[in-house]
Ligand binder design. Structure first.
Ligand SMILES: Cc1ncc(COP(=O)(O)O)c(C=O)c1O
Length: 393
């Protein structure tokens, strides 16, 4: 039998990431300004990098506990309490993972039986649907809409619930739309979760990057802690993507089940990265807040300037993405992005990469230097004029 025929059938149900796909094209193009990648452009603050060098010098290079270093879990517990107002026991209710990516995978595999349904709001981060499929569950999509600022409507959510629904995945602030949920809106969602006895996986990796008002978590509502897995990590706010440190906080039984998977597949998150995370959480807050302030200035700039060029969309209240509509140009999001890349020298991501509901939109990241944002706006303006001229011929 050829290896291709021998491979797991489940894999044929998922495609390649639309973002990676597009960026293979970008990498072959010179002089491009990228507003494409979902990665901070800041170097990891020096005190954090120094802590990892020091950990290496001290020879802290062995395995750690499967759950992660207890010193780190204690700091996570304090940090999360301040961030969302929920207290987790560092000994039993927290696991350190290889990014939120691994935490998501473990959380789903620990919860889902074959054919269980998991509700996902879309446009959404590219991993959710494939990870549910790989866990042998069935992803059920609830579309969110620009007219509702891409918030999840409790009514639309409830319509999708069936006797097979096991959980919902929430992601606020949302990649790619920049949407956030208010305390009141989350309360309405929590009531539905309760009513139907569901579980929640809430990916709040962009929590600190909330520019308007306070960040709220569904985990903080009465009766939600015991049915919610809160996922967070250091990749975005601390600019530590390559360190690969994330974590999950939730009910003891759910964490124990995740540890079972994690201990056989990963064993533990990298030790040196865990020492860097200790430094970040204990001494890195000021540096983090400086970066968040800078993102806010860039958000203001990009939103104002792209809107005035006709690329209008929801004001991104969180994350480092702006998700404007391109419907008036009569191009698919892929063609729009491909032509802007080829003819205008700016890389953005087609909205279709984030699910069907993302068609008609593009994702522009403002995790880029201010000068690059300025240059990108100039290039986009020139290219839009060109395609408008062509359309009027
Ligand atoms: C919503 C969301 N969740 C999770 C991740 C992955 O994060 P990590 O680097 O912690 O694996 C990303 C990365 O872009 C993301 O946007």
């Amino acid at each position: 039998m050829s290896p291709k025929r021998a491979l797991a059938k489940q894999l044929s149900l998922i495609g390649k990431s639309g973002i990676r796909d597009f960026f293979e094209i970008v990498q072959n193009q010179k002089g491009v300004i990228s507003l494409g990648i979902g990665e901070p452009d800041f170097e990891t603050p020096w005190l954090i990098r120094e802590a990892s060098i020091y950990a290496l010098e001290k020879g802290e290079t062995g395995y750690t506990s499967n759950l992660g270093l207890i010193e780190l879990r204690k700091l996570i517990s304090q940090y999360v309490l301040k961030l969302i107002g929920v207290e987790y026991d560092p000994y039993e209710e927290i696991i350190v993972t290889v990014g939120v990516s691994e935490a998501l995978d473990c959380a789903l595999r620990a919860l889902i039986d074959p054919q269980d349904e998991v509700i996902i709001h879309q446009p959404s981060y590219v991993s959710y649907v494939p990870l549910v499929v790989l866990a042998h569950g069935i992803p059920v999509i609830v579309e969110t809409h620009e007219k509702d600022e891409f918030r999840l409507s409790p009514i639309e959510l409830e319509k999708k619930i069936t006797p097979r629904t096991k959980a919902i995945i929430l992601n606020f602030p949302t990649n790619p739309t920049g949407a956030t949920e208010s305390e009141q809106q989350l309360k309405a969602l929590a009531e539905i979760v309760h009513k139907h006895n569901l579980f929640v996986i809430t990916d709040e990796i962009y929590a600190e990057l909330t520019y308007e008002g306070k960040h709220f978590s569904i985990a903080a509502f009465e009766g939600m802690k015991e049915r919610t897995l809160f996922l967070h990590g250091l990749s975005k706010a601390f600019s530590m993507t390559g360190y690969r440190i994330g974590y999950g906080c939730g009910p003891k039984e759910w964490i124990e089940a995740m540890v079972k998977i994690h201990q056989y597949s990963i064993l533990c998150a990298p030790s040196v990265a865990q020492y860097a995370a200790i430094e970040a959480l204990s001494k890195g807050r000021k540096e983090m807040e400086k970066m968040v302030e800078e993102y806010k200035l860039r958000r203001n700039f990009l939103w104002k300037n792209l809107s005035s060029l006709g690329l209008t969309g929801c004001y991104p209240r969180g994350t480092f993405y702006y998700f404007p509509s391109i419907r008036t140009y009569g191009l698919s999001s892929r063609d729009f992005s491909y032509r802007l890349l080829q003819e205008g020298g700016v890389a953005i991501v087609p909205g279709s990469a984030f699910g069907q509901g993302g068609e008609g939109y593009v994702r522009c990241s403002f995790a880029a230097r201010f000068e690059d944002l300025q240059m990108a706006v100039r290039r986009i303006e020139k290219w839009l004029k060109k395609i408008e001229k062509e359309a009027n011929k």
